[in-house]
Design a binder for this molecule. Structure first.
Ligand code: SF4
Length: 60
């Protein structure tokens, strides 16, 4: 799985609250790819919960 944060993050913090091992929110959200393994479900939940749908999950 690969996580991309595309343009438009409003820094709401939801993704970090759902999966802090992957998402760090400062002025915008940053995804730590190294933290994704074993946390795929939390990453999918974060992508679904993002209010502006800027978390793009590539399953391959
Ligand atoms: S949930 Fe979406 S808008 Fe909120 S901080 Fe994360 S990427 Fe940004």
């Amino acid at each position: 799985m690969h996580i991309d944060i595309v343009e438009g993050c409003i820094a709401c913090g939801v993704c970090e609250s759902l999966c802090p091992e992957v998402f760090t929110v400062t002025d915008t959200s940053h995804a730590c790819q190294a933290g994704v393994s074993g946390r795929e479900d939390a990453c999918r939940q974060a992508a679904e919960a993002c209010p502006v749908s800027v978390i793009v999950v590539k399953e391959s």
